[in-house]
Ligand binder design. Structure first.
Ligand SMILES: [Zn+2]
Length: 465
């Protein structure tokens, strides 16, 4: 379907006109959301109401915007560690405070056609600790039957009061989904949730499918081959399935990953364009031209990716040559307010049909465990550190954590006394790859360091810290 994406093109290139600069991913705090809502309160078009509290008494607010007949209900971050859509919603809000002349028509078009009801950050307690679940350790998206959480109760209450025409359920998914069986990383996946185990299609689910098909078209224009369809198994405990069962077209949007966009700022931009395009398409009825086929031909979200795949590695003890799959785990450090990354060996075995975001043929290379060094003073300079890495060390035992901007290195305390890291599944990915009996790569927490040349090169093309 040929479409004119002129306005979206303009916003794509001039996103700084609406981007909310005070919010940067990958981590948002509740107080940042509240500060921004306070800034919007009292400006034209916005009504902000505190509708209730989280389990730990943090404010949960509803933003109302516009006077049009089509009622859209959106909520973000019901999973605390999924903040991309929250940032994007504030970018969307900035359309209505912008003085850019070319946005004036869009602003009035949206305000006259729609009334938006938005809960940005439904799970502030989870968000504060970068935790999926709320403070009661309950997944809000599995609480629609039991209603144990104040957050889910609020969401359902709003749904009943608003009586929306469309619902938008906004999430982040793992960055390791692939577009079907391909090596392409999923940037966005969509779902028109089912409302029964038979996955029947009623008029409202059909509407959601058509909107998603329109969005897929738009994404193909900007970022081809990075869109997928989320698993459509019925989940009676999930909010989207419930709202769909109540007769309201409900659209699930999952922000995925893009290797070149580790903090998801580009994905955030595209997410804002997705919202705008869907609203235009709904108001102008363009989405109605799409068919269920357009929806079902979107490739499925599949788990065929690893962060790192090393192929054809020789394991001398086992006399075998096989592949290693490594994924990164992220843990939130509440003191430093940053995410810490560690690399875990997820798979040792044939990874044919699977792909790594970093994917290397290590044929001819032999793996040996990464070494741990003890008895070092914390005064380590770059040269000493380089030499240790070159000698196959991945960690030292020390009381003070020493971090390097250039190289990853692990500090272990004495309780974790060990001489080396076993190259086994579910263990930290710390090992050395020998080529012709000489260390060629040192892998520290899944980061590949090419040590065959000076200066060393990080082969994953990702930030060390
Ligand atoms: Zn989620």
């Amino acid at each position: 379907m040929a479409q004119d994406f002129g306005l979206l093109e303009n916003l794509y290139h001039n996103f700084h006109h609406i981007k909310e600069r005070s919010l940067s991913l990958p981590f948002l705090r509740h107080e940042q959301v509240m500060r921004n809502l306070k800034g919007l309160q009292g400006t034209d078009h916005f009504t902000i109401t505190r509708i209730g509290y989280s389990y730990l008494n943090r404010d949960i607010c509803l933003v109302r915007l516009g006077t049009g007949p089509i009622k859209i209900f959106l909520w973000s971050q019901m999973h605390g560690d999924e903040p991309t859509a929250t940032a994007s919603l504030f970018d969307f809000f900035n359309i209505f405070t912008s003085k850019q002349p070319y946005l004036s028509d869009l602003k009035h078009f949206l305000l006259n056609n729609f009334t938006f009801f938005v809960i940005p950050m439904l799970n502030p307690d989870g968000a504060e600790n970068f935790n999926r679940r709320n403070a009661q350790d309950i997944d809000l998206n599995r609480d629609v039957i039991k209603n144990n959480t104040p957050e889910t109760r609020l969401l359902i209450e709003c749904f009943k009061t608003i009586k929306p025409d469309f619902c938008y359920n906004l999430h982040d998914q793992s960055t390791l989904y692939s577009v079907g069986m391909s090596p392409q990383q999923v940037m966005f996946s969509f779902l028109a949730p089912p409302y029964d185990y038979g996955k029947s299609i009623n008029p409202n689910r059909l509407q959601a499918m058509k909107v998603i098909a329109a969005l897929k078209d738009m994404l193909e224009h900007f970022v081809p081959d990075h869109t997928a369809r989320y698993n459509d198994d019925f989940e009676p405990r999930a909010i989207g399935d419930y709202f769909q069962s109540k007769g309201v077209p409900t659209i699930l949007i999952e922000c995925g990953g893009l290797k070149t966009d580790p903090n998801k700022e580009y994905i955030r931009r595209m997410h804002t364009l997705i919202l705008i395009h869907s609203f235009i398409s709904i108001a102008q009825h363009q989405y109605e031209e799409y068919t269920p086929d357009d929806y079902f031909t979107i490739p499925q979200n599949e788990k065929h990716l690893y962060d790192v795949v090393l192929r054809n590695v020789y394991f001398p003890d086992m006399h075998k040559m096989t592949d290693i799959g490594i994924n990164y785990n992220y843990q939130y450090d509440s003191v430093l307010q940053k995410l810490n990354r560690s690399g875990i060996i997820e798979e040792i075995g044939d990874l044919t049909g699977y792909y790594g975001l970093t994917d290397m043929n290590a044929e001819g290379m032999t793996v040996i465990p990464g070494k741990v060094r003890g008895g070092l003073s914390p005064e380590i300079d770059t040269v000493k550190l380089q030499n240790m890495i070159k000698d196959g060390y991945c960690a030292w035992i020390a009381n003070t954590k020493i971090s390097s901007e250039e190289f990853p290195f692990i500090t272990l305390d004495t309780e974790n006394l060990q001489k080396s890291f076993p190259v086994e599944r579910n263990k930290r990915a710390c090992f050395t790859l020998l080529y012709k009996d000489k260390p060629h790569y040192n892998v520290i927490d899944g980061i590949l360091i090419n040590i065959s040349a000076i200066p060393f090169r990080c082969a994953n093309n990702i930030a060390i810290n």
